[in-house]
Write a protein that binds this ligand. Structure first.
Ligand code: TRP
Length: 443
């Protein structure tokens, strides 16, 4: 067996973990739910959820991974005992489910970037752009083509390994992502809708803050930090014991929250400048924003930048999802990395085909009533698999891992008691609330 791969630097790890966290959840979902749940007040609750629940679970995942130096199944078994390996299994299973449909949406962002590059939105009106998106969804060939392209990119990066694949590409893609976001931010700041956009996001209307909004904020703090399925655990398993774990986790969470806030401050001013509906939901990115790009001076360039931003964000998240499956086959089954990457990447591509066709040939297939297969998988993963996995991780870190052993992983022992309280009580209670809420028992 060759020695286990690891990050070559703390920066490499932080960029890769931030790359996993910063994804479609930041650029698309966060701005949209912020609009629905009352702007500023929701933002405050979301930030509190990240600090009180998100960061403690993030620390727990990295800590379990670093302690065990194994994939999620092996790590949960080593740290929690045999019975807890099931939580790792759930995580590996979730990585297949999530990546299979995540890759389909990521394919849309590639397709739109390609269209923008050829000036394909110029001069179109809102109706034409809407038709364009619907026709694209209904075309099986194009869906599969872009899904295949995206998975090929993910496989090509992951096959290179931790330092020479994941780390090297995150070091290129993450700075590019930040640069693109800042260029778009300047454009948005100079647009006539800037003031309205800022007001929309930061004006705190506490009346809209229903119990549902609190739980939505909690659930999103989870999804956006890639928690609950061992992605951060796997990244932690390649981390040097010299790195300050808590500090890295805080940097990752702050970076992730900042990118979500800036994404909102790009999208809302553009919406208000062109009189578009900010709470348009899933269509916001593909139907609403291209309308603005079609009218804007230099719109084709900004459209290209925006869809590249989305593609990069999706790519750095997707590689963390494939890495979970690969780590399992490498660590537990002793497969060589190329076989695990090509094999599992291929399996995930095949699993994604029904999602890709769920807007055309398979539109009549439902798991949940009234939902496409694509939406059903998203619901299954985010509502059940991730919270259950997160609960297991919190319980193992808080109750199965001996206190002195956990304490060793903290550079500053004064901060340890706060984390320990949060991971033993606060996080499990919060996750159980999310689960009950998603099952419709409360809220
Ligand atoms: N955090 C990513 C986003 O915001 C999504 C993601 C990537 C994810 N890997 C994950 C979510 C693992 C949960 C678990 O889009």
């Amino acid at each position: 067996m060759p020695p286990r791969d690891h990050w070559s630097s703390r920066l490499g790890f932080v960029l890769a973990a931030a790359g996993s966290a910063i994804g479609l959840g930041n650029v698309w979902k966060f701005p949209y739910i912020t609009g629905v749940y009352g702007g500023g007040a929701f933002v405050l609750v979301y930030l509190a959820a990240v600090a009180l629940v998100g960061i403690p679970i993030l620390v727990a995942e990295i800590l379990i991974g670093r302690r065990a130096r194994k994939d999620p199944v092996g790590a949960m078994r080593a740290v929690g005992g045999r019975a807890w390996a099931g939580v790792g299994w759930l995580g590996v299973g979730a990585s297949f489910v999530i990546l299979s449909y995540y890759s389909v949406v990521a394919g849309w962002t590639l397709a739109y970037a390609a269209r923008a590059a050829s000036g394909g939105f110029t001069g179109l009106d809102a109706a034409a752009i809407s038709t364009l998106f619907d026709a694209f969804l209904a075309d099986p060939t194009r869906q599969l083509f872009w899904h295949a392209c995206f998975m090929a990119l993910v496989i090509a990066i992951v096959v290179g390994g931790v330092a020479k694949g994941l780390e090297r590409w995150n070091k290129v893609l993450m700075p590019a992502l930040v640069a693109i976001l800042l260029v778009l931010f300047v454009v948005a700041l100079r647009s006539p809708g800037a003031a309205a956009g800022f007001r929309f996001m930061f004006h705190a209307d506490f009346h809209k803050l229903t119990p549902k909004a609190w739980l939505e904020a909690l659930g999103h703090s989870f999804f956006t930090l890639s928690l609950g399925m061992g992605a951060m655990l796997t990244y932690g398993s390649y981390l040097s014991t010299k790195t300050d774990l808590l500090r890295s986790a805080v940097v990752i969470a702050v970076f992730d929250a900042l990118m979500a806030l800036v994404a909102g401050l790009v999208i809302f001013p553009i919406c208000f400048t062109f009189g578009l509906q900010p709470a348009a939901g899933p269509g916001l990115i593909f139907k609403t924003l291209p309308v603005a790009f079609a009218q804007m001076h230099g719109g084709s360039l900004f459209a290209l930048l925006f869809f590249l931003l989305l593609a990069f964000a999706a790519l750095t998240s997707a590689i963390s999802l494939l890495e979970v499956a690969v780590a399992y086959f490498v660590d537990e089954r002793g497969w060589p990395r190329p076989r695990a990457t090509l094999g599992m990447g291929g399996v995930i591509f095949l699993l994604g085909i029904p999602s890709a066709l769920s807007f055309s040939r398979l539109a009549h297939v439902h798991l949940y009533p009234g939902m496409t297969l694509f939406d059903s998988l998203d619901t299954l993963a985010t509502n059940y698999l991730l919270p259950i996995g997160g609960l297991g991780i919190a319980l193992v870190a808080g109750w199965r891992l001996a206190r002195p052993v956990a304490l060793e992983e903290f550079r500053d022992p004064r901060l340890f008691p706060y984390w320990h309280l949060a991971i033993r009580y606060l996080a499990p209670v919060a996750v159980v609330l999310i689960l009950l809420f998603k099952m419709g028992v409360v809220g």
